[in-house]
Design a binder for this molecule. Structure first.
Ligand code: GDP
Length: 440
């Protein structure tokens, strides 16, 4: 996420490293580089200029007696300003309606249908809501089918009516059904066009007026940079929407949209989309995003994700198995599934401070575990539960079956063995033993 921008800002802020003092000259030099980095990330010229002026003012006006080094001070100032520019506080979603009506708006392909599903899934799992999805795209039958597929994936009901070509009537009928069936949130997915046009604007405006949503969300593809900001302006003029959803932040986006959109439309970014899967949704936290952009990682989000996926019941079972020496490859597979649910590895790595920079250029597969999984899947159930039974001929068969080579199979077995030993030690008063083993 924002690799280029992070790298350039890092270089810009490096200018001050080693300088004992903040001076007008080194601040000017740094802010010039910061501005260039922002412009390269497709941040609007005016916003970039205002931003660096503020940073300059703060840096020169700051108390020289601070305990921070000039380099650190500058990083802090840039971080605070980036946070403010992206909205300052985290903004939640207003769920006060009975039912709460959420209207999705945005161009075709921005990710509205995908996000409608992600939001329904998020509200269901994290806020214990019972949402209904409503398909209001009357132009593309495939769009209605797509919402049904999404609803099926997350087990959320979808209301649609292919016979009806009036989106206002469909939205209203969806709300009636939600009330009758006790759904407490109605998420209305609408049609988009490839570009802003009058007919689409009139249609979304009519739906908006008729159903009076508590939340009107504008969905935009972050990859479109400055265009994202212009489209946001056009939609906001008509809808006065409540929040922005930035999608496709997992891609190679330059970051301009994330940084500029709030200050242009004065509406908060509420969520971000970071992948095609239903779980790839994050609440947008301006300060955490600023930290990620500055290569400081985002440990809080990482821990939160781990906590969300942590299954206590499962953990207890595993503990028992370890104690009885029964931890096998099936349990190992389950652990891998849990890690995978946290997100793709690249994204997770980006949350570890400094890791983004260290890993730059490395080609990390989105599915880093697929080879390990293939090997385990080629084992028989009894081999999985009793790894010690894996003799040379079995290993050969497994290698062949998984399309990996024998060294990889051996390596996995070795790692598994080490891991099992370590887990066993951690269990039984092993902290001390482990320290001994590590030579302390
Ligand atoms: P709509 O026309 O606005 O409803 O857009 P869709 O929901 O159909 O999304 C368009 C394409 O973008 C689909 O192929 C989605 O899988 C993809 N997409 C949506 N959100 C994301 C995201 O956050 N990351 C990535 N990588 N792809 C996304």
């Amino acid at each position: 996420m924002f690799d280029n921008l992070s790298e350039k800002l890092d270089k810009a802020l490096h200018v001050l490293k080693g300088h004992g003092q903040i001076t007008e000259i080194n601040v000017a030099e740094t802010t010039k580089e910061v501005r260039r980095a922002l412009l390269d990330a497709d941040v609007n010229f005016k916003i970039a200029k205002e931003f660096t002026n503020k940073v300059k003012e703060k840096a020169l006006g700051s108390d020289v007696l601070t305990t921070l080094q000039p380099g650190q001070l500058m990083v802090k100032i840039v971080k605070d300003e980036l946070t403010a520019l992206m909205g300052g506080e985290t903004e939640g979603i207003n769920l006060s309606g009975k039912p709460t009506i959420v209207l999705m708006s945005g161009l075709q392909g921005s990710g509205k249908t995908t996000f409608s599903g992600k939001l329904a899934n998020f509200l269901k799992n994290k806020k214990s809501k019972n949402p209904l999805l409503v398909a209001c795209d009357v132009y593309r039958p495939a769009a209605i089918d797509q919402l049904h597929v999404v609803g099926g994936q997350i087990n959320v009901e979808v209301y649609s009516d292919k016979e009806n070509n009036d989106p206002v009537a469909i939205a209203q009928a969806g709300i009636v059904q939600a009330k009758a069936n006790g759904n407490d949130v109605v998420i209305i997915d609408t049609a988009g066009r490839l570009a802003v046009d009058e007919k689409m604007m009139a249609e979304i405006s009519n739906i908006h007026k008729a159903i009076e949503p508590q939340e009107t969300l504008f969905v935009v593809d972050a990859m479109t940079g400055q265009d994202a900001v212009n489209t946001a302006k056009a939609f906001n003029d008509i809808l006065n929407f409540d929040g922005v959803i930035l999608t496709k932040l997992d891609g190679d986006t330059r970051g301009g949209a994330a940084i500029s959109i709030k200050s242009v439309v004065d509406k908060p970014i509420k969520f971000i989309g970071t992948g095609e899967k239903m779980e790839a949704i994050d609440v947008f936290h301006p300060s955490r995003m600023a930290e990620r952009i500055l290569g400081m990682g985002d440990v809080i989000s990482l821990v939160e994700r781990a906590q969300e996926q942590f299954d206590e019941e499962e953990a207890r079972k595993i503990q028992k198995k370890i104690a009885k020496n029964k931890f096998g490859f099936d349990d190992f597979l389950k652990q891998i599934q849990q890690i995978k649910k946290m997100g793709n590895i690249k994204d997770l790595m980006g949350m570890i401070p400094g890791a983004g920079k260290a890993l730059k250029g490395l080609d990390i597969d989105d599915d880093a575990f697929k080879h390990i999984e293939a090997i385990i899947h080629s084992m028989t159930p009894s081999e999985r539960s009793t790894p010690s039974s894996l003799n040379a001929s079995r290993k050969k068969r497994i290698a062949k079956g998984s399309g990996r080579n024998i060294q990889e199979v051996n390596q996995l077995l070795k790692q598994f063995d080490q891991m099992s030993k370590m887990m066993k030690m951690m269990q039984g008063g092993g902290g001390k033993k482990m320290m001994q083993m590590m030579g302390n």
